[in-house]
Write a protein of this length. Structure first.
Length: 234
């Protein structure tokens, strides 16, 4: 056991970026190429700039021809290059260079952000159109340019969520008040209470409901009788 632990520690460890492990297929790398990369990285971390293909083949259980084929594919797919470097002794030596792989991974990150940004913008555009359509439907008429500007102001400047505007519209319709000023007062009231989502508004209503019920009922839960007196009564 002691011999094993000594060898285990002495052999060291090879560090591979988790981002590469998660996204190697997305940059066009095959599983075989990833295995070769890990073996190359292992030897390069030990100072061997151009690992021997025969040694790689033995580690992987392949023949030498297969290793050469995978290395050639990696160069063709622009996952690595062979560069001439100067050693510490001043000698020129060929070495594997993986800067192209890192560049592809970085571009992938930018592409992911672009896709997310486009999806977010599309969702915002859809939500905006839904808000406009629902208000026009409930009001039973097209919105005026000033009303459209007010709604855009709610979304862009006040940063009210579409779900909150839709809830304010529901409140206005229930009270049969079909104008944006009434909705604006509702939204301002919620903003003062720091209610920013439909769930928070619903919870606030649930908290308010027992108070209202208490005012309308007796401690036993029944509506109290209001006595009527005549001015002529003693």
């Amino acid at each position: 056991m002691d011999d094993f632990m000594h060898r285990y520690i002495q052999d060291g460890q090879t560090s591979v970026a988790n981002y590469l492990l998660d996204n190697f297929r997305a940059v066009g790398m095959t599983t075989d190429q990833l295995l070769v990369y890990i073996q190359l990285r292992r030897k390069m971390d030990q100072g061997v700039l151009m690992p021997d293909a025969d040694e790689l083949a033995k580690k992987l259980g392949w023949n030498q021809q297969r290793v050469y084929q995978v290395l050639h594919e990696m160069i063709e797919n622009k996952l690595m290059t062979i560069e001439s470097v100067t050693t510490s002794q001043g000698q020129s030596q060929d070495a594997y260079d993986f800067r192209l792989l890192v560049e592809k991974l970085s571009q992938l990150s930018v592409q992911e952000k672009t896709v997310v940004a486009k999806a977010t913008k599309q969702a915002e555009t859809t939500d905006r159109a839904t808000v406009f359509g629902q208000i026009e439907t409930e009001f039973g008429r097209p919105l005026s340019p000033l009303e459209m500007e007010s709604i855009n102001h709610w979304l862009d400047d006040d940063h009210y969520k579409p779900e909150l505007i839709q809830l304010a519209l529901k409140e206005a319709v229930l009270n049969q008040v079909y104008n944006l000023k009434y909705m604006d007062r509702i939204l301002l009231n919620w903003e003062k209470k720091n209610l920013t989502t439909a769930i928070q508004v619903q919870r606030d209503k649930e908290r308010q409901q027992p108070r209202r019920s208490a005012k309308l009922t007796t401690p036993g839960g029944e509506v109290p009788d209001v006595p009527i007196f005549k001015l002529t009564d003693n």
